[in-house]
Design a protein around this ligand. Structure first.
Ligand code: ARG
Ligand code: ZN
Length: 878
């Protein structure tokens, strides 16, 4: 499948492997300093495979120790072994044969955190996407499904807990000091779902009874002394299991379900069959150390990985080009779960906010790629917002187009048809065509064409005829990916809102497109929809619930936006109208050299904050100003981050002045009393109260309100909100320094809270930040090899702090490039991920653009860069 350059892999080159691996028997012996892996593969030549086909197994930094075919050592002329490949010739033509492979690896020296590695003394694995080949030689590709029996042997003292996939089937002592455990996973799975864990771990356990009455033992393992913090994760797990039964009819299928929290982990978490391994950030919580956002994150990630058991594990991907088959669908499922467990509009707004912040810039910049890519150099660089979040939007559009019942029928058909298989996006979409009796061939373009389509909307109202005419027009520019630009099937949800805030009857629309009630199917380049018999001009609430991931261009009158922000019966519509107005006002101020957004806009935000017909969490979303990163995206060209910062800060202060009385009254009313609850309602009240802190403090030019909140806070949400205002708006002040010092002292032994301490300082929009960050990189608690800590500092600066990262003198860029170079020698995957912070460099004003390009080119020109980082840098500069 590899190109002549040995690097690019293409979808069109896919073909099945010449051999099948039916079963894997593995013994993993763990020692201080190294591990020995004995693997026996039960193999068979695939029917129809060429008789002279060699068996080419993948490896990565491996050392072969033994090799035997059906019990006989393979002679030297029968194989070729390299660190990255084991090739065998002359294998049996028919029937099953057994290949025994021995490898020796050094988990302690594995800083890439792919394959088998050691984190804080705990042995653990990460095999997606291509980590299994760092443990043993294998057909390390997702369409190669096998059952696994795994035996673990280790020192009893160092590793009293020994875990693998599937069900436990045996174990016991091995002499004085060592012991073993055996596990069998009856569900054929690809190697990327393989996992083992061994170490000194604490646990919490509960029993779950499935809908059909099977008992499942649930256990969450943590490092010693941290298991009391796993209670909420356990609760989220049980709720996820119940939800998947109710909503999708999916039950769990093993006797045990284990989760392990690990402190050095590249990504969020991993759905290994029956043995999920998590970044401990997505397991460990208590009110004193975790914010409400952390609680919501744990709930989402626990659910996401659990849902993978059906969408990813039972049905997996044929090849890595199909990654969105499991990721987009599973994100859709976890979003639906959160909507049902919390608040649907608030969750939808949060998801759309994330999509615009992370996916839109990716889709409109040099790292653009279709939801289903057709080529890659390094697959780990495709675990992107486009595959995950836009992938989820595509599933959501299918649900919107089909309606709830037909969508569920399509999902049922998918599970029925493809259970136990490695499937493609074509397989998936066909299920909805069959269940819905609908042609989705035009819709399929969403998977193939990269870029964010523009949706232009205009309206004409004929007063005398009482007729409203809407015009919709879609277009797609050719971007970096160079994919097609044909019109797509865009579902546009809308409403017409009357003067008293009622949805008008829209059933009489006439159109040259297809309209189903409140849903317009825009399939051509343009469509016109006409409504007759209106008694006055209604307000158009367009793209309700963000029914398609498009860039909405609607020349909407400010009066309409003000009315919709107050009146739209669709809560998402209210947020949409208000935030579009706020965003446009800020961009205008930034472009035209004005000081701040106008009062009319700020007053609408104040009114939304005080609107008691809305839940507090939604009011918090409506009264939040866009951050500087978001403004960088909205300004889009010739960006000067100094101006963005200045306008945002004065707007924040102006908002605080306009809203002072209202905000202070609200903060008193919402003050923390009683016992802590992590519920969405309680979190929403905290969110609203804390959102009002920055405008009030900046308006007063006085940190005391934040100091008081910091000192009296009884949970991390309130404490961190106060500390953020102090460090970000009163940077360098005695108040900020005192609070930062107190915070450090209080949480010095808590890794997850220290990450917050690093990130908070790196993200402060202040002239002194870069010096501070340089010092923090030399702080005794800083560890570049720990992904969470590295991310706190590097992404804190480059991702969350445009004012400093995009400094006109280029010092931010140079610092980041330098750190990426260092990180790349330890952990290429994390370095590559953080390098994506440079993706919008071309939207900067010329001086910054030049500085960014120089820093990027210098880094890209260094010798010995990883394939991961080189791939990102090449595409970013291209
Ligand atoms: N499948 C995991 C998840 O859902 C992500 C694992 C990605 N790992 C990687 N090395 N690229 O979210
Ligand atoms: Zn996932």
């Amino acid at each position: 499948m590899r190109d002549e350059d040995g690097v690019t892999i293409r979808l069109e080159d896919y073909r099945p492997a010449d051999f099948q691996i039916h079963h894997v028997d593995m013994t993993v012996r763990l020692f201080e300093g190294h591990a020995e892996i004995d693997t026996t593969l039960e193999l068979e030549r695939r029917p129809g495979a060429p008789a002279d086909a060699e068996l080419r197994l993948d490896g990565d930094e491996l050392t072969l120790t033994t090799l035997a075919l059906d019990g006989v050592a393979v002679p030297a002329q029968g194989f070729e072994a390299a660190a990255d490949r084991l090739t065998l010739r002359g294998l049996p033509q028919s029937g099953r044969f057994r290949l025994a492979i021995g490898t020796r690896i050094e988990p302690e020296r594995n800083t890439k955190l792919m394959g088998l590695y050691r984190s804080n003394g705990v042995w653990c694995t990460q095999c997606e996407a291509e980590g299994f080949r760092r443990i043993t030689y294998f057909l390390d590709r997702p369409d190669c499904l096998a059952t696994y029996r795994v035996r673990l042997e280790a020192d009893r003292e160092a590793a009293p807990i020994l875990l693998a996939n599937g069900n436990p089937v045996g174990g016991g002592p091995l002499g004085e000091l060592r012991h073993f455990a055996e596990w069998f996973d009856p569900h054929p799975k690809p190697s990327y779902l393989f996992a083992v864990v061994a170490g000194r771990l604490d646990a919490v356990s509960e029993t779950f009874v499935t809908g059909s009455g099977r008992e499942v033992a649930l256990t969450i393992y943590t490092e010693r002394g941290l298991s009391e913090r796993a209670g909420y994760a356990m609760d989220a797990l049980k709720r996820s299991m119940r939800w998947d039964e109710r909503r999708f009819g999916r039950e769990y299928d093993l006797d045990v379900f284990n989760i392990v929290a690990i402190s050095d982990f590249n990504m969020g978490a991993m759905e290994n069959k029956g043995l999920n391994v998590f970044n401990h950030k997505y397991v460990l919580l208590d009110p004193d150390t975790a914010t409400d956002a952390d609680y919501a994150g744990v709930e989402t990630v626990i659910a996401h990985e659990y849902f993978h058991n059906w969408t990813g594990n039972r049905i997996t991907c044929r090849d890595w080009f199909q990654l969105c088959l499991k990721e987009g669908l599973t994100v859709y499922r976890d979003q639906e779960f959160s909507s049902d467990e919390r608040s649907r509009p608030v969750k939808r707004i949060a998801s759309v906010h994330t999509l615009k912040a992370n996916q839109f810039p990716e889709d409109q910049g040099p790292l653009q790629h279709p939801v289903r890519p057709t080529q890659y150099r390094e697959i780990n660089n495709f675990y992107t917002a486009t595959v995950y979040d836009k992938g989820s939007e595509l599933v959501r559009m299918i649900a919107t187009i089909l309606g709830e019942q037909k969508f569920r029928a399509g999902m049922d058909l998918y599970f029925e048809r493809h259970d136990g298989e490695a499937a493609t996006i074509e397989d998936f979409v066909t299920c909805f065509e069959d269940a819905g009796g609908i042609d989705l061939s035009q819709f399929f373009l969403w998977y193939q064409q990269a870029g964010t389509p523009k949706l232009e909307v205009s309206q004409i109202y004929d007063e005398t005829a009482g007729r409203l005419t809407l015009r919709l027009r879609q277009s797609l520019d050719k971007g970096a990916a160079g994919t097609g630009t044909r019109p797509m099937h865009i579902p546009v949800r809308y409403g017409l809102v009357g003067a008293n805030g009622q949805d008008l009857d829209v059933s009489g629309a006439s159109t040259d497109a297809r309209v189903d009630g409140d849903l317009i199917h825009l399939t051509g380049e343009e469509a016109t929809v006409t409504f007759d018999g209106l008694s006055g001009r209604p307000y158009l609430s367009i793209l309700r619930d963000f029914s398609a991931p498009v860039d909405l261009r609607y020349n909407e009158a400010e009066a309409d936006r003000l009315a919709l922000a107050r009146l739209d019966p669709n809560p998402f519509g209210r947020w949409r109208a208000l935030t579009d107005m706020v965003g446009d006002a800020l961009v205008a101020a930034i472009r035209n050299g004005q000081d701040a957004a106008p009062d009319s806009v700020l007053d609408a935000m104040v009114a939304a904050a005080a609107d008691e017909t809305l839940e507090p969490a939604l009011r918090a979303q409506m009264v939040s100003l866009p951050g500087e990163t978001e403004l960088t995206r909205l300004v889009a060209r010739d960006v000067d981050t100094d101006v963005i910062h200045a306008v945002r800060v004065s707007t924040l202060a102006a908002l605080g002045r306009r809203g002072q009385g209202t905000f202070e009254a609200l903060r008193r009313e919402l003050a923390d009393t009683g016992a802590f609850s992590p519920s969405a309602q309680a979190a929403g009240r905290r969110a609203l109260r804390n959102t009002l802190l920055a405008p009030l403090a900046t308006a007063a030019r006085d940190p005391s309100v934040a100091v008081t909140q910091y000192e009296t806070a009884r949970n991390m949400s309130d404490r961190l909100a106060a500390l953020t205002v102090l460090t970000h708006h009163f940077a360098g002040s005695a108040a900020a320094e005192t609070a930062l010092g107190a915070f450090y002292e209080r949480f010095v032994d808590d890794q997850l809270v220290l990450d917050k301490w690093f990130m908070l300082q790196a993200s402060a929009p202040d002239a002194g930040t870069l010096d501070k960050v340089v010092a923090l990189a030399a702080h005794p608690a800083f560890r570049l090899a720990n992904p969470n800590r590295a991310r706190a500092l590097l992404a804190g600066l480059a991702g969350l702090n445009p004012y400093v990262f995009h400094r006109a003198d280029g010092a931010g860029y140079r610092w980041m490039a330098d750190m990426l170079g260092k990180l790349d020698t330890l952990n290429p995957q994390t370095a590559a991920r953080m390098a994506t912070a440079f993706r919008s460099w071309r939207s900067m004003e010329p001086k910054r653009r030049e500085a960014a390009q120089a820093a990027l080119s210098e880094l890209a020109g260094r010798d010995g860069l990883s394939r991961d980082l080189a791939d990102i840098l090449d595409r970013t500069l291209r």
